[in-house]
Design a protein around this ligand. Structure first.
Ligand code: AMP
Length: 196
């Protein structure tokens, strides 16, 4: 059974139209804090990102942000975190977020969230890391995406054996239970890729 010290959260820099999304984000921040799991995230104070971070901090948790200089300069960064790392680029940010974390969890979000979720999954299937990746399908937000991934597997573009590696659950408690036990194969492309 895996234990998680820090989990990387990908989520919207917007709050979405339904206030229920922000409520879910706050619940997740609080749950992680109460479980003694640190939050690693993009360092923003806006949208669901800010909701997760503030809720975790309020509940006494540790929150680590990693933000590119450019976003810090336009003052969307959170200045009340346990630690905020300001880095040079989006690439450096995603690498550092991955290195600091034992697992990746996406909440509802837009292009940025989707890109981060898919990159973490891609890195896993290439053997760059063996850390669980999953999404919280709050209010069915990701139903269409999950259906599309099944379609991509049926069409032969996502390997059937890789499809279950993007875990999904309706809430964080169920997702963490799945993540604790999921078996991640030793993926390799016939060489030894660097590990994160
Ligand atoms: P999106 O889903 O398009 O709102 O993008 C959110 C994701 O991209 C987060 O997980 C962040 O890592 C990153 N991101 C996008 N916009 C910002 C922002 N203004 N401040 C900090 N991070 C952001």
């Amino acid at each position: 059974m895996r234990k998680f010290r820090r989990i990387c959260i990908f989520c919207g820099s917007n709050k979405g139209t339904d206030p229920a999304f922000a409520e879910v984000a706050r619940g997740i921040g609080e749950h992680l804090a109460r479980s003694g799991i640190g939050v690693v995230y993009g360092g923003g104070k806006i949208g669901l990102m800010g909701e997760v971070a503030d809720a975790a901090l309020r509940a006494g948790g540790q929150v680590f942000g990693v933000i590119p200089q450019k976003l810090w300069d336009v003052e969307v960064g959170h200045d009340g975190l346990t630690e905020l790392f300001v880095v040079d680029s989006m690439h450096a940010r995603k690498m550092m977020m991955a290195q600091l974390s034992d697992a990746f969890v996406a909440l509802p979000g837009g292009f940025g969230t989707l890109e981060e979720l898919f990159e973490a999954t891609t890195w896993m299937q290439l053997g760059y890391h063996r850390k669980p990746v999953g999404l919280v399908n709050a209010g069915g937000y990701y139903d269409h995406l999950l259906a599309f991934l099944d379609h991509a597997a049926a069409a032969g573009f996502v390997r059937a054996s890789h499809r279950p590696l993007m875990l999904s659950a309706p809430d964080i408690v169920a997702l963490l239970e799945m993540m604790a036990v999921v078996e991640i194969p030793h993926f390799s492309l016939g060489h030894a890729p660097p590990r994160l």
